[in-house]
Design a protein around this ligand. Structure first.
Ligand code: NAP
Length: 279
């Protein structure tokens, strides 16, 4: 019998996950289908109960339910619990187990650009939900330092205080981070600057970028933000948010099926979906 997989969010119409996962189910000849469900906050608990009654194989959770889902799950793994955010649920014999594959998805994608974080100085721009996932996951890799710069300085400080893993970190304003940019081997841009309508803005000025730095922007629409364009002109290796998106999906697919899927196939699929609307 066909197995059901799903993604819950509000809004959900823009999600590229259904096309990505359905293509993989077909490719690996797995009798399953992945559907998007538009779920309002007040209906989340009922939706989770419904998915359990239906015996789904698993599901993803996206904005704004990544934290709100936690009380409705049977088990939540340690990293997801520390993050306070779940993006993937596995149905393990009737028990819903929550994971967060965002940070590890980013790390897997980063591997091609920076195989190890040993001795590296890392700067995260932004202190929102995505920054939290990346900060905690990268902290477990023990780079030399992970500094956080944010428009609202207190949020960067709170994030550092909240991290349960031991890592050297400082909080800066975006302006201060811009002045110190030369110190960093890896810069990860997680603010919404660079996305529509802020496509002509930069989170920090790249004048002081270190030669040979790796610069990542987790935004994937547009594929190359102004920040990435300017960093490339300064000689940096650049990476957009496609890898993170694709790898977080690949890790979810692996948890559900035991198969680590073909990443190039997934990337091409996502790029095709973005075709013509990259702004
Ligand atoms: P969020 O929790 O709302 O955080 C937004 C961040 O952007 C905060 O640090 C915020 O600073 C900053 N920001 C917003 N407007 C700003 C402005 N005008 N000037 C300076 N800073 C500003 O959002 P999120 O969930 O972390 O998502 C952030 C981005 O990551 C989005 O573009 C999202 O699409 C992308 N993302 C990509 C992936 C992927 O798989 N590639 C996954 C998740 C998210 P304040 O704290 O000062 O408000």
């Amino acid at each position: 019998m066909k197995k059901l997989y799903a993604v819950l969010g509000d809004p959900i119409g823009h999600s590229m996950s259904p096309i990505m996962h359905n293509d993989l189910f077909e490719h690996y000849k797995i009798d399953a289908h992945y559907l998007p469900f538009h779920i309002k906050n007040e209906n989340l608990e009922d939706a989770v109960k419904g998915l359990k009654a239906l015996g789904v194989g698993g599901f993803n959770i996206t904005v704004p339910h990544k934290s709100a889902i936690i009380p409705f799950l049977d088990v939540v793994d340690e990293l997801a619990l520390n993050l306070g955010a779940v993006n993937t649920v596995v149905n393990d014999g009737g028990k819903f187990i929550g994971y967060n594959t965002d940070g590890h998805g980013f790390l897997r994608g980063l591997n091609a650009y920076m195989p190890t974080l040993d001795g590296k100085k890392v700067l995260i721009l932004g202190a929102g939900g995505a920054a939290r996932g990346l900060y905690f996951t990268l902290a477990l890799e023990r780079p030399m330092v992970i500094d956080i710069a944010n428009r609202t300085l207190e949020k960067a400080s709170s994030l550092i205080e909240a991290c349960p893993y031991s890592i050297a970190s400082n909080a800066f304003t975006l302006e201060e981070a811009g002045r110190r940019l030369v110190e960093y081997d890896l810069i990860i841009q997680t603010t919404t600057i660079g996305m529509s309508p802020r496509i002509a803005e930069l989170p920090v000025n790249v004048t002081n970028l270190k030669k040979n730095a790796v610069v990542c922007d987790i935004i994937y629409n547009p594929l190359e933000t102004l920040f990435l364009q300017e960093a490339k002109l300064k000689g940096a290796s650049i990476q957009n948010g496609i890898d993170m998106f694709v790898y977080q999906g690949a890790l979810a697919f692996e948890k559900w099926t035991g198969i680590f899927p073909d990443i190039e196939r997934m990337k091409n699929n996502v790029l095709q979906q973005l075709g013509g609307k990259t702004c």
